[in-house]
Design a binder for this molecule. Structure first.
Ligand SMILES: [Zn+2]
Length: 88
């Protein structure tokens, strides 16, 4: 379906800046450390990662821009609901 978007991989590794709400440390995460979940609505669309400093699981809402950034950077995407767009 969306295989084409993953073919143009940049040579430089992409790092995403993130912050932990628990210990308030800031860090940069590689795409493999992040996970993106796309739900049926914006409220159920979020990205999550494990804080490398304190180890807590962080979950934050992801807007359209963040979704574009993460998917473009090669973050693993999980679709929680199938959209009715798919035509058979
Ligand atoms: Zn932390």
């Amino acid at each position: 379906m969306s295989v084409m978007s993953g073919l143009m991989a940049p040579t430089a590794p992409v790092l995403f800046k993130a912050a932990c709400p628990d210990c308030r440390s800031r860090f940069e995460l590689s795409p493999s450390a992040l996970r993106l979940a796309i739900g049926a609505s914006r409220r159920t669309t979020f990205y999550s990662f494990t804080c490398p400093a304190c180890g807590s699981a962080v979950r934050k809402p992801a807007g359209e821009r963040i979704v574009e950034l993460l998917t473009g950077g090669g973050v693993r995407t999980l679709r929680l609901h199938t959209t009715p767009r798919t035509t058979a």
